[in-house]
Design a protein. Sequence first.
Length: 257
Amino acid sequence: MHGYEVVLLRHGETVGYDGDLGLTPRGEEQARERGAALAKEVRPGTEVRMPHARTARAIATGVALRASLVATLGHDDGVGPLYPEPWFDNLRFALHGRGADTSDAVTERLGMTGDLPDWAREYDRFDSDYRSVAAAGGPIEYWLHHPTLYFEPPHVAAHRMWRGIAAVGAGAPDDLLVLVATHSAPMRAFVATALGADPGEPHNLEDIRVRVEPDGAAVVRFREHVIPMSVPAHLPPWIDRAWFESYGREGGTGPSV
């Protein structure tokens, strides 16, 4: 395996967080601008892989990003197709005993009245104002510092991001660039666990860069921070391996490369 670069990108500005919603016109433009900028990093012979989280806003970001990348390059040579990758999914929630995207939980919560079950009350503590607080990123800061029963723990989100980073580099060619449309919650957990402190909310289309070497050494870059690490070789014993490995893969996913 050769070394490769992974660029984790937060999705563009979204229509809202009250369900699985897409991008605003500004969000589409953010993705197009970033695609044009990233095209400058694609050298002749570079293979580009483009996994994405399985939400409407991450998919829309990936579509606009790839279209702009190809248009700026003037060709699609080496630019692979978009494909869903559950490792890079949004923050997960235990809804009725199954793992679900938080968009599913908020959609169900907003339709409820009267006495609330425990999971709905926990969601309210996480985000008492579904619109303004979510838009400001406040709930993610709460999640990083307050253990809960129903939300995926930050360290699990960080481990699955690492697992995704390792997976996308399988069989890496001489020059591989991986562009990932994902979400702020797992990105923020990923950086916080690497850095040992929470550097705050990534902006729309802001990136975390991860350079992985053939021996598993890695360098994580976010803003002014440069953190040498190694790709974790195994899961800690308190993560349910069967659930962790199978989540979102019932129908099978992967790159068409």
